[in-house]
Ligand binder design. Sequence first.
Ligand code: NI
Length: 235
Amino acid sequence: MRLDRLTWPEVEAYLDRADGILLPVGSTEQHGPNGPLGTDALCPEAVAAAAAERLGVLVAPTLALGVAPYHMAFPGTITLTPETFQAVMKETITSLARHGFAHVYVLNGHGGNIPFIRGVLKEMKSPRCRLHSWFAGPRVRALAKDLYGKAEGLHATPSEIALAWHVAPETRREDVAMTPERAPGGFEKEPDAFRARFPDGRIGSEAALARAEDGARLLEAAVEDVIEDYRAFTA
Ligand code: NI
């Protein structure tokens, strides 16, 4: 159930019997030549929606803008400063707490957000919060390793693109040629240096291996990871 599709009396009724909510957090940033800019938001949003359905819990609106300054040399990327990102997160969680949400489960899709989310959660005494990145759960990691091995890489990975393609079929770009097949590894903080070193935006990945069918399996694995972790969090 999506919070934004309910009326306030329906949310009030929900809060009479439950106090948990999933909060998807992502980023809008380049994901190589075949991945949509929304990959890091689409993925946690879809995982949250499917997990919430099975858990019978609410999902808050996705925070789709994150901290991604290093991707700014690629058109379309939008970044927030850490301060703004943390303020938005804090005020979102504080609003939810005001209504009685006592368990906020942050479902993240962008590695670069992690230290800043941690910083916010550490500061907040209540409500109880937990951070989970969909790509870091045990089932997802095992499946990604199985499907792609070392070709998974670090950015614009075949697994996140496969999942984005599965949940948003209009984003599929299945015949994009890439040279080299596997992008170089490493990292650059400064945007122009990043683009010079990683000209098509990928880091260490063979993004051409992405398949929407794999995305269906990754979604199921991610949902199972979240359900298990959410139950432990609220037990
Ligand atoms: Ni990503």
